[in-house]
Write a protein that binds this ligand. Structure first.
Ligand code: G6P
Ligand code: MG
Length: 220
């Protein structure tokens, strides 16, 4: 029986995924790296240092920098990102999402956040959504990033639920892979071609209706 919902943040609750990608692209440009468009889907959902590793791989520079140099690059990206998210407010919630959270609350579903971002709690405050969530996984406590299932398993544990009692929402291929590896029902938000591993797909959040998602969960 369905008892809880687990949400990624960037690209699911708000459009901050775009800000992450912009900041990574700005960092890459400053390093003389020309990132192909295909890099975007690989960067989505990856932890800060894993994202930087993806960029270095595209640039053919893996292993060329010290840990301290990589950390300085990650800090530079994070500073640009934090600047960008400062302007977020309650209007920055993606269309349909606040309604979905409200419907879930009415249905007495418990809710958790499974974002790899250390900035996610600040964003939830900006959006005035913190009160909807019973648990927020602290990514600093994790050993592995998405696509490893750890973050979704942790969220489920914090809610005190089993894998078949939750529905999890993602916009990233790595995130959908993490949900499926955790044995949970995955809702993919975005291009169905890149999120083909999800159990239920919508092109964007305007198509998200809780009753429809629950119906698909019950059919599965
Ligand atoms: C999320 C985003 C990624 C980002 C990661 C770490 O998963 O989708 O693009 O790299 O969080 O975010 P942070 O804010 O901690 O650098
Ligand atoms: Mg995301």
């Amino acid at each position: 029986m369905l008892k809880g919902l687990i949400f990624d943040v960037d690209g699911v609750i708000t459009d901050s995924a775009t800000y992450h990608l912009k900041a990574w692209r700005a960092l890459a440009t400053s390093l003389g790296i020309d990132l192909p468009a295909a890099a975007d889907d690989e960067l989505r959902g990856r932890s800060r240092m894993d994202s930087l590793a993806v960029i270095m791989r595209y640039a053919g520079r893996t292993g060329q920098y010290t840990e301290a140099e990589l950390q300085a690059m990650a800090d530079q990206k994070n500073a640009m990102y934090q600047q960008a998210i400062q302007s977020m407010n309650a209007d920055s919630v993606l269309p349909g999402m606040r309604q979905l959270l409200e419907d879930a609350r009415q249905a007495h579903l418990t809710m958790a956040i499974a974002s790899a971002s250390r900035n996610a709690p600040v964003i939830l405050e900006h959006l005035n959504l913190t009160q909807y969530f019973d648990a927020v996984v602290d990514p600093a406590t994790l050993t592995h990033g998405k696509p490893d299932p750890e973050i979704y398993q942790r969220a489920q544990e914090l809610l005190g639920l089993a894998a078949d009692e939750v529905i999890s929402f993602e916009d990233a291929p790595a995130g959908v892979a993490a949900i499926k590896a955790a044995g949970q029902f995955a809702v993919g938000i975005g291009a169905a071609t890149t999120l083909a591993a999800a159990d239920y797909n919508v092109p964007d959040t305007t198509h998200l209706v809780l009753a429809n998602v629950i119906h698909a969960f019950q059919q599965a």
